[in-house]
Design a binder for this molecule. Structure first.
Ligand SMILES: [Zn+2]
Length: 72
């Protein structure tokens, strides 16, 4: 079972309140604040990948979605 936080080595969904294991990664940037070319990475489970992608797409943020397993 899951402990009281501070755990490493388990990738969980970035959706608030979701503790499902992530199977997707979303690499995105906000051109307004990431002026040095950095990107942020969110992780998503199958259920929330569409939600998070739509959230970012609605803001016109550059976005790439990929299966998490390919990034190991
Ligand atoms: Zn989720």
């Amino acid at each position: 079972m899951i402990g009281l936080g501070g755990e490493v080595g388990r990738d969980t969904c970035s959706r608030a309140g979701c503790v499902a294991a992530a199977t997707w990664r979303l690499d995105w940037s906000n051109p307004r604040i990431h002026t040095d070319g950095r990107t942020k990475t969110w992780l998503a489970c199958d259920e929330h990948v569409d939600y998070l992608r739509d959230f970012l797409a609605a803001r016109d943020f550059p976005l790439a979605v990929a299966p998490l397993t390919e990034t190991a």
